[in-house]
Design a protein around this ligand. Structure first.
Ligand SMILES: [Mg+2]
Length: 254
């Protein structure tokens, strides 16, 4: 039997950038009683709290100790310390300032060349490129754009595939991965979900075959694809509804 259920977040556990539903919160809580639960995504730590942890119905500190947060593709790892009753950072591998500056310039150049730099559509105070410490993230319409607007922007990832390909030409020393609904994550080679999953294996002292991974971007070029390439058992979902369906099945046969 699997020991670990690992999840991409956006489009796998939730509608991108929004908190998980009551149903997913309830299913994850039940799963915590049987499995180590590891969300892994390009998001920042505070988004893991907002989207997942704060939505769980009254979890005990003991239960939370089975939840492992692999932030920024697992280049940062947080676990819950039941004694301190708080989250502790176990490790962090940030980009350097020079790397962040170079990536930021590359993405802006590529998006402008291709006519996909949508600065005029941003809400006040919002930004297209965000430094997430271990990665730099392009969000075409910013962080605050509405969900529908985001879905409509690039449903077939064609715009982002073009931007990512151009970025790759400009600065081949980095990797550019399509993610979420309007995003591209820029990382240093190897600092993708393979990095996070490899550390997960180490930190949780488990083997690849102990893990079942859920993701929506498992196609080549997608940000869940590296997990597939590692040979970890993967379930491809279209949305959190598929994930809920699979989790009900898993809990049903325990
Ligand atoms: Mg996703």
């Amino acid at each position: 039997m699997k020991k670990v259920l690992a999840f991409d977040i956006d489009q796998t556990l939730n509608v991108a950038k929004t908190p998980i539903t009551d149903e997913i919160a309830d299913l994850l809580t039940k799963c915590l009683e049987h499995f180590e639960i590891c969300p892994i995504s390009g998001q920042k730590f505070d988004q893991f709290l907002i989207q997942i942890v704060n939505r769980l119905p009254n979890p005990s500190p003991e239960l939370l100790s089975h939840l492992h947060l692999f932030v920024a593709q697992g280049t940062q790892y947080y676990r819950f310390d039941p004694a301190k009753k708080d989250w502790v950072q176990v490790y962090n591998y940030p980009l350097t300032d020079e790397q962040v500056a170079k990536i930021t310039k590359t993405i802006e150049t590529a998006a402008k060349e291709l006519g996909y730099w949508e600065e005029d559509k941003l809400q006040p105070g919002d930004e297209i490129i965000e430094n997430r410490l271990s990665q730099v993230t392009f969000s075409a319409l910013g962080q605050k754009a509405g969900t529908e607007e985001k879905y409509a922007w690039d449903p077939d990832h064609k715009k982002r595939d073009q931007i990512a390909a151009r970025c790759q030409e400009l600065t081949p020393e980095f990797e550019y991965e399509v993610a979420g609904t309007t995003s591209i994550n820029a990382i240093t080679p190897g600092m993708n979900k393979v990095f996070g999953m490899t550390h997960l294996l180490e930190e949780l002292n488990v083997k690849k075959e102990d893990i079942l991974y859920f993701g929506d971007m498992t196609q080549p070029g997608g940000n869940d694809y590296p997990v597939v390439q590692m040979g970890i058992d993967t379930i491809t979902v279209r949305s959190h509804e598929d994930t809920a369906y699979a989790l009900r099945g898993i809990l049903g046969i325990l």
